[in-house]
Design a protein around this ligand. Sequence first.
Ligand SMILES: [Zn+2]
Length: 144
Amino acid sequence: MQISVQIVVQTEVDEQANITEIARFEREGFEAGTLGLQLEEAKALPGRLQRSMIEAQAAEAIARMSVCPECSSRLTVKGHHRLVYRSVFGRLSIDSPRLYQCRCSGSGRRSVAPLARLPLSHSMQCGYVRGRVSCRIYSHGKGR
Ligand SMILES: [Zn+2]
């Protein structure tokens, strides 16, 4: 028997839900040693769930922020760097594009990294710090 654990992400942008398998288990028979989750399998699940959730949230945020709020033009990508997020479920590297601001803003060819500016990253950090576990989000790469 194969047992798949999947998360289903439904965004307001996409009509079709995105299904990601975060774990797959194979079991045969009905014996005490193979019933349910093994300890190592259970330990790995929260980290995989965390990774899938954050990647989905980042993808939606990037899609939303890649469009000019004034004229609805698609913003041009200047480059990418990685944000590293540490949580109790492990370390996660998130793609963070740097986007040129829209020409309609009159700001020339300045660029911004929208994910690096999110106040959400700060609140996630503070929540974990209260639990006395070191968690941070910070940026690697150029152009910050
Ligand atoms: Zn614009």
